[in-house]
Ligand binder design. Structure first.
Ligand SMILES: [Fe+2]
Ligand SMILES: [Fe+2]
Length: 478
């Protein structure tokens, strides 16, 4: 029994300390630890360990200590800040707006809801349940409405909902106090949620930079050519850049379809091969004429190719890319075998094991990483498909997805068979559209040009049509 308690304390000492400090700050400036303090502490610790902690102890958050430290900081700083504001401006409804808002944007809606519950109950136990319904409701509304926000303007909605709740709370309070109207309370209810949302948004970039935990808003800013890493990829390795944008598109659509984080999938797609900046000319998509691998032994080729994972991770860390995007860099190859060079070695008569051509891993640890692995393999294979038809594309996608599944690379990713079916469908749909547009677009253009030429006396237009027609027949025969 004693040993169990000791183990429990050892395992959860940081959580026990965080809750202790949080309760202490919620009592500010009266730090005396009386019986009500210990009662509150016991209830709060229970809520924390039963509801809050499990939400951050799941993958992918459990892969990084930074997520725990972020939660600890939000809890402690949030408690102290709420208490200071309360002492200055009264116990208005949205005391815990900022920490709950940041938890929802940076981690998850579920964690933010439980953190809101933790704050509201702990506060009510210390200072009375009079404002509990409004505090609880407004915090939960913040958690729900700010989750997965993709535009800054959407935050205004969160603030407006909280303003509404605060006003209703005030009306009820006035009614119970025989309509005693207090202008200061009214202004606080109206203005504070808006101020909180502005402060929250202002804090985001700093927290993202320090913790490398990014909100969707921060993540979206990374995925364009303003980013120096992507800019240099597009200049040094245009083939890889093109490959990465298609992987990003495929992954985004697939993630959206199965309810995973589409923005994370897209951003990870852009950066998954960033390590190829170092020696771009060794990768198929950038090779134009002379293949440098013709001169190298298969083992050496494998080592050079494999290096893009290591170099990618180094670059990603240096540029403080999101932790989950960093994770995707080694995980998008998992522990797969580089079959091309393995078979080349075998064909040359080398007695060599498959394991020598394996990537070091780890296997994909979360859904978005699994999706990138699939999108990466599908894009590479689709590039070499000749005369693509919807049927051929579908067969190819299904073969690759089931192949990777059978290699057991997706075992730790959390992707279900149902997810895989939906992902394969989505990949097929996008690739069919991509190939279709390439074939059909010129025809439409030609029709337009011919109709323009027929409708006017412009000779230049009239000459353009046969030219385009020739182009089309050329492209068809190639
Ligand atoms: Fe790669
Ligand atoms: Fe790739």
């Amino acid at each position: 029994m004693g040993k169990t308690i000791l183990n429990l304390l050892k395992k959860n000492w940081q959580d026990l300390l965080v809750v202790f400090l949080s309760i202490l700050f919620l009592k500010f400036p009266n730090f005396s630890a009386n019986s009500s303090f210990f009662g509150t502490y016991f209830v709060s610790v229970s809520i924390w360990l039963i509801f809050v902690k499990p939400k951050i102890s799941i993958k992918p958050y459990s892969l990084h200590k930074a997520y725990f430290y972020l939660l600890f900081s939000l809890t402690i700083a949030g408690s102290l800040f709420a208490r200071i504001v309360e002492r200055q401006f009264g116990n208005h409804a949205s005391l815990f707006f900022i920490p709950v808002f940041l938890a929802s944007l940076l981690v998850s809606k579920d964690l933010a809801i439980d953190l809101a519950t933790f704050f509201s109950i702990s506060h009510a136990l210390l200072h009375g349940f009079e404002t509990f319904p409004a505090t609880f409701l407004s915090s939960v509304v913040v958690a729900i409405t700010s989750a997965g926000i993709k535009k800054r303007l959407e935050l205004a909605k969160t603030a407006m909902y909280v303003v509404l709740i605060s006003l209703v709370y005030l009306l009820i309070a006035y009614y119970t106090r025989n309509f005693y109207f207090n202008l200061k309370e009214f202004l606080i209810a109206l203005v504070f949620p808006v101020v909180y949302s502005i402060v929250g948004i202002g804090l985001l970039p700093y927290i993202e930079y320090i913790s490398m935990i990014y909100s969707n808003l921060g993540m979206m800013e990374l995925g364009n050519l303003n980013n120096p890493l992507l800019k240099s990829l597009s200049l040094r390795a245009p083939g890889t850049y093109y490959h990465s944008t298609i992987v990003a598109n495929l992954a985004e659509a697939a993630a959206e379809r199965i309810g995973a984080n589409a923005i994370l999938a897209r951003t990870a797609g852009y950066f998954h091969d960033i390590g190829k900046i170092k020696r771009p000319y060794f990768y198929t998509e950038n090779i134009s004429e002379v293949n440098p691998h013709d001169e190298l032994s298969p083992k050496l080729s494998h080592l050079i190719i494999q290096d893009h994972v290591k170099s990618g991770l180094e670059l990603a860390r240096k540029h403080r890319l999101p932790l989950l995007v960093q994770d995707v860099i080694p995980q998008h190859h998992g522990t797969r075998v580089q079959k091309f060079f393995y078979h080349k070695a075998r064909a040359m008569g080398e007695e060599i094991s498959e394991n020598e051509f394996r990537y070091p891993g780890p296997k994909p640890q979360f859904k978005e990483a699994g999706i990138i692995m699939l999108a990466d393999a599908v894009e590479a294979a689709a590039r070499s498909i000749k005369n693509p038809t919807p049927g051929r594309i579908q067969t190819l996608v299904e073969e690759i997805v089931s192949g990777i599944y059978n290699e057991r690379e997706l075992d730790e990713s959390g992707l279900t068979l149902e997810d895989l079916e939906a992902i394969a469908e989505e990949f097929t749909r996008i690739l069919v559209n991509m190939f279709k547009s390439r074939v059909e677009y010129p025809k439409e253009e030609i029709k337009k040009v011919i109709s323009l030429a027929n409708g006017s006396s412009d000779k230049q237009n009239a000459q353009k049509a046969p030219d385009e027609k020739n182009k089309e027949s050329n492209s068809k025969s190639s």
